[in-house]
Design a protein around this ligand. Structure first.
Ligand code: PA5
Length: 433
């Protein structure tokens, strides 16, 4: 179950101002529901959840089970929307990997030493002395993204050297229906392929095989994940008060000059999830000189880093907190009869309680410091609630970005660095010959 707490964000606006903006949110919601907003050809993320392809889910689960039974390490090679969602989900449930397949991510940077380290890990024998068994899942909708393609060239070469003609059984390609360099490779080399639907953009693709295969291989229950997304989709089939209020609050803050949203959580397991939200919001709303810059933060860690800036820096900051209500752990503060560290007053308290108190204290301090705080509560951490949250955020993002009169589903600005980089790389490449 998902709940929103918006008092801190909304208390600075007059009720009639809110009522006026809520009507804009309602109209944006109807545009989305009726498929008549900008970028309506990119609503595949709604279609796949409202009309689920159970055969595909089954095929993904079956392939993931095969990967799990034949491998010790799965390397997921992708960038942006082709890895952040999977990483968010895998990191939410780290214990699932404890006795089974380990998942690593690659292809999301051009750091040679990090790739070399990963290869050393792939080459390090298992604790029982046996060689590690590796599977690679390369994910790229366009099949042409440099970071991913470069890492895949190195990883593919390594796999072919190690497994020879068997390498093809240990490489799975997730890509768009056609185009790019991956589809011809699939046909020529016989890799297993999953298709990313044409109508589903990268950052909205976590519930396609882009996210589903890695997370199923990591031991998550993708049927439960999907069930959560489906039930949230059913709830959001008509204007929903949580979406309307949250989108209105963020819109009002945007109009009032707020330009930074620090998206954080007090649970380390949610760190990658806040990075997924950072991309979802950033690539969707940062256009035409508009948008609130989302920054992912890990509390309470970052209270000792950017906390000062949030509390007393320029007053252009809002904060979004993702909160899990039920404890994720039962760890309690052990008793020290000598109380040598002076923490005796906390004896017997759970880490969950202390963490929750730290959160409440932070909300109080930041609100008093003039920072509007939005809280998004999940009743418990489970695949089903994770599915609910994913769909909730995708839907919220679309509604809120429609309110800004932008297309939430394109990312024309990403091409800027690519053009400049490829021009320079081509010059360097030509100079080398
Ligand atoms: O959200 C997006 O569309 C982007 O972040 C893409 O996912 C990212 O650029 C990777 O693209 P591709 O999957 O084509 O390699």
């Amino acid at each position: 179950m998902i709940d929103t707490r918006l008092e801190s964000a909304l208390s600075r606006f007059e009720p009639d101002e809110f009522t006026r903006v809520k009507a804009i949110a309602e109209s944006a919601t109807l545009d989305l529901l009726k498929g008549r907003g900008a970028g309506s050809e990119w609503l595949g993320w709604r279609r796949i959840v409202r009309d689920p392809d159970r055969d595909l889910l089954g095929a993904v689960r079956k392939h993931a089970e095969q990967i799990r039974s034949e491998s010790d390490l799965l390397v997921v090679c992708g960038i942006g929307g082709s890895y952040l969602g999977a990483k968010a989900l895998v990191d939410l449930f780290p214990d699932k990997q404890e006795d089974g397949l380990q998942v690593r991510f690659a292809g999301y940077h051009i750091g040679g030493s990090a790739l070399e380290r990963l290869i050393r890990e792939m080459e390090t024998p298992r604790p029982d002395g046996e060689e590690k068994r590796i599977h690679i899942n390369v994910i790229s909708k366009s099949g042409s993204t440099l970071e991913t393609a470069l890492a895949f060239r190195v990883l593919r070469g390594w796999m072919e050297k190690k497994y020879g003609s068997e390498a093809k059984r240990r490489i799975t390609v997730t890509t768009g229906p056609d185009g790019g360099v991956l589809n011809p490779m699939v046909h020529k080399l016989g890799y297993k392929r999953f298709v990313i639907p044409e109508d589903t953009g990268g950052r909205f693709s976590v519930l396609t095989p882009v996210g589903l295969l890695p997370v199923a291989a990591a031991g998550l229950d993708i049927e439960a994940l999907f069930a959560g997304a489906e039930s949230m989709a059913a709830e959001l089939e008509r204007p929903d008060i949580r979406i309307l209020t949250y989108a209105s609050a963020r819109y009002l803050l945007h109009q009032a000059g707020v330009s930074i949203d620090v998206v954080g959580s007090f649970e380390p397991e949610l760190e990658s999830l806040t990075a997924w939200i950072q991309q979802l919001l950033g690539e969707s709303e940062g256009k035409e000189g508009k948008g609130i810059f989302p920054v992912s933060a890990a509390w309470s860690t970052d209270l000792h880093s950017i906390g000062q800036m949030v509390q007393e820096g320029r007053r252009n900051v809002m904060e979004t907190l993702l909160v899990v209500d039920q404890p994720i752990s039962n760890l309690k503060v052990p008793t020290d009869p000598e109380d040598s560290d002076g923490l005796g007053y906390l004896d017997g308290l759970s880490f969950h309680q202390i963490n929750r108190t730290a959160l409440e204290g932070t909300v109080e301090a930041h609100s008093e410091g003039g920072v509007p705080v939005v809280q998004i509560h999940l009743d418990r951490l489970h695949e089903e609630t994770a599915g609910e949250l994913i769909y909730f955020y995708e839907f919220f993002t679309a509604v809120y970005v429609y309110m800004l009169e932008l297309n939430p589903f394109d990312q024309p600005g990403v091409e800027g660095y690519k053009k400049a980089m490829y021009r320079r790389l081509k010059m360097e490449g030509d100079g080398k010959k």
